[in-house]
Design a protein around this ligand. Structure first.
Ligand code: FES
Length: 135
């Protein structure tokens, strides 16, 4: 008797449509700017005054390369362009253009305007960074 009842319950459960809490899984398209996590980093960032070259994925920040390379540079705000501590004296090579927020923060903090904020500078190819001379 109990087996018949359990069998009927299982039959009903198998026929029920998926509950509304288990939505069908859909493939999430990868964002265009996200690097392929399997691909090797393809951009070389050379830190002139540390004699070190770090490979990063295209589109990562110079601050990412600094952290990855274990180069000591404060970055209290964590890359939000508000502390100015990631200021470096020069970045040359294939990088993003200066953003207005960089100029604004450097002016507010009284830092030299010819430098860059590492957290706001994106790497697109071979890059050379000089950290020395930070205020
Ligand atoms: S980490 Fe704070 S401004 Fe770049």
């Amino acid at each position: 008797m109990i087996h018949k009842l359990l069998g009927k319950i299982l039959d009903v459960a198998r026929r029920r449509p998926a509950s509304r809490h288990s939505a069908p899984k859909t493939e999430r398209p990868a964002a265009q700017s996200e690097p392929d996590p399997i691909a090797l980093p393809d951009c070389q960032v050379t830190f002139v005054d540390h004699d070190k070259t770090i490979a990063v994925h295209r589109g990562k920040t110079v601050l990412h390369a600094i952290i990855r390379g274990g180069i000591p540079l404060p970055h209290e705000c964590g890359g939000l362009a508000s502390c100015g501590e990631c200021h470096v004296s020069s970045i040359t090579g294939d990088v993003s253009d200066r953003r207005e927020i960089e100029t604004r923060i450097l002016k507010i903090l009284g830092r030299p305007l010819d430098g860059r904020l590492a957290c706001q500078t994106l790497v697109f190819g071979a890059v050379s960074v000089t950290i020395a001379g930070q205020a």
